[in-house]
Design a protein. Sequence first.
Lengths: 133, 213
Amino acid sequence: MGKEKIIPILALIILIIGGTSSAYVYATQIDKETISINGYEYTIDQLFYMGEAKTIETMEGEKTGVSLEDLIPKLGVGCPSCHEYTIMGKEGYQKTVDWDIMKTGVLADIKKVYFPDTAKSFWVGDIVEIEVK
Amino acid sequence: MKKWKVIAGILLFGSLWGFSEVIIGSTIQDVGLPSGAIMTGVFAIFFLVSSRIIYRQPGMQFGIGLVAGGLRLFNPFVGCHLCSAIAIMAEGAIFELIWYRISFDFSELKTTIMQGSMGIISAYTIFVGGYIVTQILTPIADGANFYIENLIVFMPNILARGLIAAVIGGIVLPITILTKKIDITIKDRLYYPTTIGLSILCWFVVIGNWFVA
């Protein structure tokens, strides 16, 4: 088969993959008010009530939220440094960090985590779950 | 073609692409549009394809990606600068691989369907490829661990986001090929001052923008 046939067929396959993936992402998107942490559901207000507020300096300036170093042990996670934490956004975006990174971060009221010393790709937004591994 | 002429071309096109990513990309992001897909579909495709039309040199687009990614590193205030820089460099390399078997006179791409199809393939592949590469390399470059399950879970989203880039690329590539008909000739004595001057201007604005921000 020559290039004049392969190239349009490949383009069509790509459009089908992109379209199917878009439908899948739309259908599986999780939209909820609460954040699941270590198996329990919390509203952002509850989390702010439980943990201490903290302001950190990031490459985008100051960010204020509830301190994850303070919050995580209060949510019943024993030995926080023994675990890794997978932070998941509603669109399926997720990042896994160890305690050394986790403890430096804050959870802002817009349901987004910020860390002072990581790339922005670790700043997961629209959080639906923090899995303790 | 003289080696230095190609190097100056790499510097110029890489600087223009990097400049676009930082200055125009940030504006697109600010208005809430999918900046990554738009930047790839419009600017990456335009600069990579037009440089191929003008210079017809293998390996050049890889170099352009390196320069553009390098310039992107100089503006840490817009989006994730490390992720973007890695993605741009990967996009240049992936483009080079996809176009390896396409002749430099574009003889395979005579019809609009072929041009549009190649635009779709190029934009989608470099966007998705760049995204995947940056998801792997950014945590490593940042001193954290890379977790394959994080990438697998997010793959449908990456494949979906590429659709916008693909559609835009399918439109932009035929338009870019139309520029083959425009005959712009720069005399040799003006070529180096023009290319180097424009490149310096791009870097000056981006770095200046960093200090202003």
